[in-house]
Design a protein around this ligand. Structure first.
Ligand code: GAL
Length: 389
């Protein structure tokens, strides 16, 4: 049996779609095929989105007599292999879901003590990505060990399967996840389709920038862009969604902070504003920058004046440019003053910065020493800065 052959798997943050945020339990093969179709016809694939992932609730509640997981025949009558073939034929990749525990969070069989058997089955079906959750974990076993176990099973199952760990940031995951072999790891509890949730998750990961990078990306949870309250789960969607400015800021934060970008809305019904956000090539380029450096935070001057929900993020890009995000997560308009010396660029260097607006897609001009945009409540400005003499 051949082992892992794709040495680049997990190099950049994963881009794709996941069924959970909008559909939770209500999934079926036609939906998944439709999403794959839309990925091609609406330009998601060409923009770099690659993985189509089925989350929880795809199996029967019991394993078969041989201990294998069984696909729910009512939801997926053609079986997973046929669905994987369909997705692969479109030039896309296929993801599935299981759990370290005895059961998944929704109560279906988990992979505990079946890790190698399940990995082999996923490989047989043509799975390219496994999301691995943290519910129903026997308390006497360490989560760290169980992620190591599934990682090893996947790396030796005969197929390249990207390993997406999902333990919600618990048990000091930052300290052990990279060496477990996971290509990405959830660092937060579940996102909900509202502004408070976006803000809470983003603030919780500020300062964690050294815990992300190639082959083990900090996954801040799936995107809610374009959902507008449209989840069939009360937990995720009950408060009614965000406006487009807030979705833009959410996408900018996740892109700048190097999170995988897994779309969570119903892409079959996405409006133009949603597509403009999800398909923004300038933001995607920042997210996918080869060096995958974490973004560091700078407090605007004067520092005593600003609350912690007003900040700049700076990401050093491979070719020497800087991606700079001016984020105003507070509830009133703010001026965010960035002094270039805070990024290593003193006046005496002789350099200025030529700024390009990544949302308006236009040059803003050349600035020396400082730049201080006024940013509306819940909004942001993301620029790509080039050093010029
Ligand atoms: C949660 C997980 C969600 C989703 C859900 C499925 O634990 O964080 O992203 O996968 O389980 O039941």
């Amino acid at each position: 049996m051949s082992n892992n052959t794709n040495a680049m798997m997990g190099f950049a943050p994963a881009l794709g779609w996941n069924s959970w945020n909008t559909f939770t339990w209500d999934i079926n093969e036609q939906l998944i095929r439709d999403v794959a179709d839309v990925f091609v016809t609406e330009g998601y694939r060409d923009a770099g989105y690659e993985y189509i992932v089925i989350d929880d609730c795809w199996s029967l509640k019991e394993r078969d007599a041989d201990g294998n997981l069984v696909v729910d025949p009512a939801k997926f009558p053609s079986g997973m292999k046929a669905l994987a073939d369909y997705i692969h034929d479109k030039g896309l990749k296929f993801g599935m879901y299981s759990c370290v525990g005895t059961h998944t969070c929704a109560g279906y069989p988990g992979s505990f003590e079946h890790e190698f058997q399940d990995a082999a089955l996923f490989a047989e079906w043509g799975v390219d990505y496994l999301k691995y959750d943290y519910c129903f974990k026997p308390r006497h076993v360490s989560g760290e060990l169980l992620y190591k176990r599934m990682s090893l099973a996947l790396k030796n199952c005969g197929r390249d399967i990207l390993f997406s760990a999902c333990n919600w940031g618990e048990d000091n995951v930052y300290e052990w996840i990279r060496e477990s072999g996971a290509h990405m790891y959830r660092s937060t509890g579940d996102i909900r389709d509202n502004w408070d949730s976006v803000k809470e998750l983003a603030l919780s990961q500020l300062g964690k920038q050294s815990y992300t990078g190639s082959f083990c990306h900090n996954d801040m949870d799936m995107l809610i862009v374009g959902m507008y309250g449209g989840s069939n789960s009360d937990f995720i969607g009950s408060i009614g969604g965000c406006n487009d400015i807030e979705y833009k800021t959410h996408f900018s934060l996740w892109s700048m902070m190097g999170s995988p970008l897994m779309i969570g809305c119903d892409v079959r019904k996405a409006n133009q504003a949603t597509k403009d956000i999800l398909l923004n090539p300038d933001l995607l380029a920042i997210n996918q920058d080869p060096e995958a450096r974490g973004a560091y935070r700078i407090k605007p001057e004067p520092q005593w004046f600003h609350t912690d929900d007003v900040f700049m993020l700076v990401k050093v890009l491979t070719e020497g440019d800087l991606a700079i995000g001016f984020f105003n997560l507070s509830d009133s308009q703010r001026e965010l003053s960035l002094q270039f010396w805070d990024m290593g660029l003193p006046y005496a260097s002789g350099y200025s910065l030529s700024l390009y607006d990544c949302w308006e897609h236009k040059e803003l001009g050349v600035f020396r020493e400082r730049y201080a945009p006024v940013v509306a409540a819940h909004d942001c400005l993301v620029v790509r800065a080039k050093l010029v003499k």
